[in-house]
Design a protein around this ligand. Structure first.
Ligand code: PMP
Length: 397
């Protein structure tokens, strides 16, 4: 039996979330997370997955995973520093460093975990972190865990960053300073202003940290936002996830050898949590090989992204300022946004609504994630459903 205090806490809070329409109802998929998914027996065009390149279901990755299971089993058996480092983990880290153009790399069990690990291994209570206000939750949690002072700057506002960096440096209050940004912002699809950030970082001696979860496999011919700007030598921490374009699960930091050596002895998830499974690692290696051998999938992703964007824009939808395939369709009011997404679902398109507090109040949106695996026919069908629902609900004329 649970305590009365716990029960009261849970019931009142769960009810409040349900009343506000903020309680997440999760519908399990009865299919792989591909361009078309099956939920409750219905097939839907899927515009909500991060499987940007369709690699989550690629035969080459599945075969690599099967072979690794045959050879190494299903579990790594220990944390990395005891004896949970298989030769596969080392190979993955070598591949990641090559892929990102850095001296070395370290793999973690997830992108979320990676931000918790890396920030707190380097920053402490004597330091300060300049963090874009729209940075991902895992960056925010990683910053909190480090106990460094967190100084938020307005989203991609370089004047604000410069002023705050100057103030932090001149205050003399902090030993180390770091600037952290997403490479691509997942709610709007805009790209961080890395050349300007690097310039400010050089002026005020800030370490630079870029979480490129949504840029890797997408920008820079697949190598990411840092490569897109040719700044491989200027960014100290290149963070990535193996769960989105790479199609598997896991996270990593790519950087100088000394940084990676430090993370191997100081970052807690590396020291205290069992390493990635052989199947995850082998599939990730195969995925990076696919990406380095050809840019075909990346090109198809952009083609599909541009096609969907044009289709929705021509219909009169507000698709914001995305510079990447991420295509928000900004509806505005929260309830209307949720209703819009529900109607899309009823008509055959799975595209999740994203509302306050994830995005500012009044900017509720349905976020579309086209992938390389969508066909033109699927996108045409999705666009025509958007047109029907948009007109019916008065969102477009
Ligand atoms: N960073 C960013 C910017 C993300 O969007 C995400 C995924 N939502 C993560 C980190 C976490 O990555 P993972 O899903 O691999 O834990």
């Amino acid at each position: 039996m649970s305590s009365k205090t716990l029960e009261q806490f849970l019931i009142s809070n769960l009810n409040e979330l349900k009343e506000k329409g903020l309680y997440n109802v999760i519908d399990p998929l009865e299919s792989p997370n591909g361009p078309v998914i099956k939920i409750k027996g219905r097939e839907l065009i899927n515009l909500s997955s991060n499987n940007y390149l369709g690699l989550a279901t690629a035969d080459r990755l599945k075969k690599a995973a099967e072979k690794a299971i045959e050879q190494f089993g299903v579990g790594a058996g220990a944390v990395r520093t005891i004896n949970g480092t298989l030769e596969l983990h080392v190979k993955l880290e070598e591949k990641l460093a090559e892929f990102k153009g850095t001296e070395a790399a370290i793999a973690y069990q997830s992108g979320f975990n990676c931000n918790m690990a890396a920030i707190s291994a380097v920053m402490d209570k004597n330091d300060a972190i300049l963090s874009d206000e729209l940075n991902h939750a895992s960056i925010i949690d990683g910053c909190r865990l480090s106990r460094a002072k967190i100084i938020r700057f307005n989203h991609s506002d370089m004047d604000d960053l410069r002023a705050k960096a100057k103030e932090a440096r001149e205050s003399g209050l902090y030993k180390k300073l770091m600037v952290i940004t997403d490479g691509v912002f997942s709610m709007d699809g805009d790209i961080a202003l890395l050349p300007e950030i690097v310039e400010i970082a050089e002026e005020y001696d800030l370490m630079t940290y870029v979480d490129d979860a949504h840029g890797s496999g997408v920008l820079g011919k697949g190598a990411g936002t840092v490569k897109h700007f040719g700044l491989q030598d200027k960014i100290d921490f290149q963070i990535g996830t193996l769960s989105k374009a790479i199609g598997v699960v896991g996270g990593y930091v790519a950087g100088k050898k000394n940084l990676i050596d430090w993370l191997k002895v100081r970052s807690r998830p590396f020291l205290f949590s069992t390493s990635l499974t052989p199947a995850d690692v082998a599939a990730s290696i195969a995925s990076i090989e696919v990406l380095t051998e050809s840019t075909e999938l990346v090109e198809r992703l952009w083609e599909n992204g541009n096609y969907l964007k044009k289709g929705l824009k021509d219909l009169g939808f507000n698709i914001g300022n995305s510079e990447t395939p991420i295509t928000p369709c900004i509806i505005g009011e929260e309830k209307l946004t949720q209703e819009f997404s529900k109607r899309l679902d009823e008509e055959g398109v799975y595209a999740k609504s994203i509302v306050f507090p994830t995005v500012p109040a009044g900017t509720g949106r349905v976020r579309n994630m086209p992938t390389a695996a969508h066909t033109k026919e699927m996108l045409d069908k999705a666009i025509s459903i958007y047109e029907k629902v948009g007109k019916e609900m008065g969102v477009i004329k």
